[in-house]
Each structure stands twice: as C-alpha cells, then as structure tokens.
Design a binder for this molecule. Structure first.
Ligand code: BES
Ligand code: MN
Ligand code: ZN
Length: 510
C-alpha cells in the first residue's frame, strides 16, 4: 500500500473513501459535534440524520458507511470509543478496522481526516504514524498459496486540512519512516507464514544470506557439522531427528555510531515442533510451523535496524532446527553438552526451545561480549495460560533493559508483561545428573522455570527474555478478539517492539 500525506481536507479529495474518527457520545446531547461538520457537509446531511437516530455511536470497532449523494465516494465513520481511554493504539486499531472494512468493496483509495484522530495525548505526529501503521498492517494478507483475492485499499494518505497544513513537512517524514517500519513487518510475516516443508533451517539461513547481501550485513551460517565441532550439542540434538539439518545463523549490523552499545537479539527457530519423541497431541499441531517466530523476528529486527540505521550495534542470532521423532532423534534421558560446556538432562524432547537457545545465548555472549541480550521465543504454553493469546511475557535480570522494552511496548502496541525470576524457579531447573534439566518435576510456573533455565546460559550479561508463544500468531478463533492489525497467521510480533527499543537507544543513549 502506498501511504502519504496530503494538504487538502479529506472530504475535498476524490478518494473512494474519506475516513473520519468519531468519539463515543457522552451524555444525552444529540447535537452533531462540530468536528463532524465537514463530514456532514460531504454527506449532504446524511451524517446528521444518522447521528440523530443514534445509528452512529462512536463505539470502538463501529464502522458506518455513508455514500455521498454527490457521487464522490463514501464517508466512512470509525468509532474511537471514549475520550478518556483514547491512545495511539486506538488509532492504530481504528485504521486497521477501516482497511479491513473496505476490503472487497471496490474502494482503492482512502483519505484519513487527520484532525479527527488527534486528541489528548495523541498528537498529530502520533496519530499520523498510527494511521500509517494500522492501515498497512491491517491490509496484510498472506497470498502465496491463494489464487484469488478480494482486493482492497492500494493508496491511502493522511489529509491535513486547514488546521494542520503547517505540519506538512515534518509529518511527511514521519509517515515515510512509519511506512518503512510497517512494510518491514509485512516482509517478516511473509517468511513467518511459510510452512515447515518450505521454511527449513537451511531456507531460513538463505533468507539471512539474501538479506545480508541486500543490506551489507555480515552473515555467518554454521551447519550441523560445524555446530558439532563447536560444541553446540543442544542445537545438534534437537535437529537430529529431521532430514533437514539444523543451522545457527549470525547476522551483524555494525551500528550507526562508533561507540554505541552492542545488543544481541537471539531467536528460537524451530521450523516445526512436533514435540519429537515426546510427541505432541494431534489437534492444532499444524500451528507448530510458527515455532520459528522468534528467529524470523530476528531477521525482521536486523532488517529494521539496518534500514533505519539505529545507533547500537546489533548481533542477530537464529537458532534453527526441526523437532521431529525418528530413529536418529534425541530422546528423554539423554544428556547434551552445550557451547558453554554446561550439560542439560533431557527429560522431555518437547521442551526443545530452551535447548537450542542455550547454544545461541552461550555462543553470542562468549563471542561478542554484548552489553545486553534479548531473546525472543515461542517458548511455553504456560505463557499463553498465564497471559493469554495477545500478550508476551517478559523476564529480565536488568531493570533498565526491562523498562526500555516496556516503553517500546506501550509505543508500538505490542503487549508485554513483566514476570518475576525467582529462586524457586532456579531451584526447579537443577538436575541431579547434569547442570540443568529441560523439564521440571513440578510443572507449575512453566514460563518462569523456562526463563530460569535460559539464565544459566547468559551468565552476568544484562538479559531480557520475551516469551511470545501467545501473540506470535493468530488462528481463526482468536482472530476476532485481536486487533485488526494482527492478521491471520504469523504476526511478526517483536519486530516493531524491539525495533522501537533499538531506535530509542539511538536517541536517549547514555
Ligand atoms: N513450542 C512449544 C510452546 C508452545 C506451546 C507454543 C503451545 C505455543 C503454543 C514448546 O516447545 C513446548 O512444547 N513447550 C512445552 C514445555 C514443556 C514440555 C516443559 C509446553 O509448553 O508444554
Ligand atoms: Mn516443544
Ligand atoms: Zn517449541
């Protein structure tokens, strides 16, 4: 989708639809708010009539379409809810509702009336960015395996009108940057949505190589033989049941400033998680093609970092393997030795994510001595039980890092909730046979014990773990409860969040 800025009033344009935000009616006053005067004029009084009938209430997710009697397209009213809980994310969601609502309805061009989305803490800059974000993300469809599509908005813009025309230059820059950020998410989703027959560990490594070439990033790929030599027994064990061998991929973005921090971003890249010998039950196993979402997010984050030229140096690590049962698969009872010489007692081959991450974390900490490490993983069903499908869990040993990620979460609308790392959880992952066990005797607080396990491989480096098993993908059932900008399938969760965190390091670095 092309997204731009236009000086005119939205209703004066010749777009197929002019979208106007409407706040929820407060009290009994049924006079049309002055902010809707232009929209009413364009609809030749249809809006005022609908308002009087209380057909337009301004509730969230409410869409009202009025066809202009003058034949110049439609006026589309989108509900924003109450003023009191109006945030940037309200605008992002509303924009996605608009493009979704217009899908398959013959509208190709869209004009947002910017002033109607600016209120309270939401400045014209935040609103413009959120309209861009929500429209581009909300319009996404994974089309690779479809032969038909309904078609939708191809060109949209925020229309400044008289009130905001002075901001044309600054807003044009902001909208262009946000377009790049949102399009990067679509690029990431396209890889995240590939099924496991196509998105093998080697294919993910190829995506990294191609990206590296395009953006001038150094990319190193370790194959199964090299991994065995390096002592990465975790990745080798998890990948040993598949005919698609494992890969560890390192991407290096040098950083936009000389003395910036080094941030390592490590992702779980299980291209398919059948559970292995500890086989998962059948229902919804197909969704385990999304178990690579952490590693795919790393690709998107590196692409964003290089495109936006963030200040810190960023090292991306993708821990890629396919977890299948076979005669060569690793098994419960095995003990594996990882890169940093720690041993893991395998008790459940379905707790494979932490086993591959153990090598990725150990390797990057040893080789790159980063100032901080962030890992992203669809790690536990327990995180989904605790926080639901839409929110990721955050476990961190560093308050500054955690605080920065929570700020980025608020800014991007990618929800994150901090969870504690307790000595009790650390106790539960100790093994009598090895240093740690990959599955605990007491199955409670699974998100926390998984984090306690990972901590053993990070050492003293400030670290944040993002368990995104919930929000990494959307299925047909959860879809209707999710914001419209989370499309069906891979969401590329973490790309906007960590991308934003890295951008913020560029401006507020100490
Ligand atoms: N990839 C799964 C986690 C998962 C489960 C993500 C459901 C999304 C939905 C992970 O590898 C896994 O199987 N975890 C186990 C851990 C257990 C065996 C200790 C789990 O959560 O059940
Ligand atoms: Mn598993
Ligand atoms: Zn898994």
């Amino acid at each position: 989708m092309k997204f731009g800025v236009d000086r005119r009033e939205a209703t004066a344009a010749s777009a197929d639809a002019a979208a106007v935000g409407v706040f929820e009616i407060e009290g009994k006053d049924d006079r049309l708010p002055p902010s809707l005067a232009l929209a009413d004029k364009a609809s030749a009084g249809l809006l005022a009539a609908a308002w009087k009938r209380r057909e337009v209430k301004g509730k969230k997710r409410e869409l009202t379409v009025l066809h202009r009697p003058d034949g110049r397209g439609r006026v589309l009213l989108v509900g924003l809810g109450a003023h009191a809980d109006f945030t940037t994310d309200t605008v992002r969601r509303a924009a996605a509702d608009v493009v979704r609502g217009l899908r398959g309805k013959g509208a190709r061009t869209l004009a947002y009336q910017l002033t109607s989305f600016v209120d309270g803490p939401v400045t014209s800059s935040l609103a413009s960015r959120a309209l861009t974000d929500g429209s581009i993300l909300g319009a996404y469809e994974f089309l690779r395996y479809r032969t038909t599509t309904e078609g939708g908005i191809e060109e949209a813009a925020v229309y400044l009108g008289e009130d905001r025309v002075a901001e044309e230059r600054s807003l044009t820059g902001e909208v262009a940057e946000q377009t790049a950020i949102a399009e990067n998410v679509l690029w990431t989703r396209d890889i995240g949505n590939l099924p496991a027959d196509t998105a093998t560990p080697e294919r993910l490594a190829d995506e990294a190589r191609t990206l590296g070439k395009a953006l001038g990033l150094k990319v190193t790929v370790f194959d199964e033989k090299q991994l065995a030599k390096m002592g990465c027994g975790g990745i080798v064990a998890v990948g040993s049941g598949s005919s698609h061998p494992p890969r560890l991929v390192i991407l290096e973005y040098p950083g936009g400033t000389r003395r910036g921090r080094t941030v390592a971003v490590v992702g779980k890249g299980i291209t398919f998680d059948s559970g292995g010998i500890s086989l998962k039950p059948g229902p919804r196993m197909s969704e385990m093609k999304f178990d690579k979402s952490g590693a795919v997010a790393v690709l998107g984050i590196l692409r964003a970092a290089a495109t936006l030229k963030v200040a810190p140096r960023v090292i991306g690590v993708m821990c890629c393997a396919e977890n299948l049962p076979s005669g060569t698969a690793y098994r419960p009872g095995d003990v594996v030795r990882t890169y940093n010489q720690k041993t893991i007692e395998i008790l459940n081959t379905d707790a494979e994510g932490r086993v591959v991450l153990a090598d990725g974390l150990g390797y990057v900490v040893d080789q790159y001595k980063p100032d901080e490490v962030i890992d992203l993983a669809t790690l536990t069903g327990a995180s989904v039980v605790a926080l639901g499908d839409a929110m990721a869990g955050l476990v961190s040993t560093d308050d500054r890092l955690a605080g920065g990620l929570l700020l980025a979460s608020a800014a991007t609308g990618e929800p994150l909730w901090r969870m504690p790392l307790t000595d009790y959880a650390r106790e539960l992952v100790k093994s009598e046979l090895a240093d740690v066990r990959n599955s605990t005797e007491i199955p409670t607080a699974g998100m926390l014990t998984a984090a306690a396990f990972l901590e053993a491989f990070v050492g003293k480096t400030p670290w944040a773990h993002i368990d995104m098993a919930g929000p990494a993908w959307v299925n047909p059932v959860t879809r209707k409860y999710q914001p419209s900008y989370q499309s069906l399938g891979a969401t590329a969760f973490g790309v906007r969040l960590v991308g934003r965190y890295l951008q913020d390091l560029g401006t507020s670095k100490g």
